[in-house]
Design a protein around this ligand. Sequence first.
Ligand code: SF4
Length: 408
Amino acid sequence: MSQRLQLEPLHPVSRPRSGLYVHVPFCARKCDYCAFYSHEPDSATLGRYVDALILETDRIERDFQPDTIFFGGGTPSLLPPKSWERIGKVFSDRGWTSATEWTVECNPATLSRDKARVLKEIGVNRISMGVQSMDEDLLERLGRIHTRSSVFQSYDLLRSSGFERINLDLMFAIPGQTMERWKSTIDEIIQLQPEHFACYEVIYEEDTPLFQQLQAGEVDEVEEEVAAEMYEIWLEAMDQGGWIQYEIANFARDRDGVRRAPESGVPEGACRHNIHYWMGSEYHALGPSACGFVNGVRTRNISNTEVYCRTVLDAGGSPIDGEDVLPPLSRAGEIAAFGLRMNTGWNFDVYRQRTGFDFEMLWKEEMERLEAGRLGVRGTNTFRLTRRGMRFADAIGERFLVDQALSR
Ligand code: SF4
């Protein structure tokens, strides 16, 4: 990093219209690999959660208008239609339903025609469905509650309910997954022709049953070379099908199916909400364990549904139990690293608006090193990683992270 002594932004930082994240902490059953905060619901807790969520919206300034809304979890599709109607009414009263994009994460086993209808009616226009695999045995191994047939049923249900933007999540290198099984999942899932895919290698998070099974030698990790080949096969399938890798794990298409160069921007089917995260936008957060970033302050809500509900409903208090103010330079480093995960990389003007710093001044040496290694490409006013560079984006990102102690 050059210009290490430039600790404060040289330019004003803009606050673009951004995102709202809502965490729904309920899952019908905990998956074996999952480290997110979620638990099984009972109807009383579920009702109190919706009450608390609605009350928590009052804590957001009245003039906030989200560009995107994302209900994640947990399993948001576990909420019954009545709860969605209540949420929709409050969001509509706040003017939030005019958001460009409103995504709800769904488990294929928890959708019904009635629920899909209500989601559509209240303004949800994008569904993200956790498929993970089309192999019955592997779904069981992961502890998923859905079956392969429920994937087809729910997908058809969503299309016939009018959803034009669907993401399907997949995983590879699942213990027990052979190359043949992976190829067969790819063949089947591509037939569905969604607008968007997210595809991740299984992660063994500590404190999950899958991690413990691995430690106990009960499951065999897929070898690194096999996992790398699975990823290659996936990239080829995306290329052939016309889905563009616009971020390391995310793939989308333009409506007309024409492939365009990274310089022309992300494809139409891309998830705008996640782009806000990667491009350093602000976002408000609601619900237990939800994290927000507003006005330079990162917040985290209480990670316990019962305590969250008690705090918001009974005590009328704030559910925030942690705040972190990042020094501007650290934040600029974090934003640089996140933005490089996208195939479009950074436009220097946008980076300046978001951080107040000059990308070229701060990261001159890193850019030169990456270009020399054919991992990065510099344009007139841009810098992005090459396709090869994107494979190492996590490691490359580390070089842009600034030690907080140095940046204060
Ligand atoms: S459905 Fe999603 S959030 Fe719930 S346990 Fe499984 S992976 Fe975790």
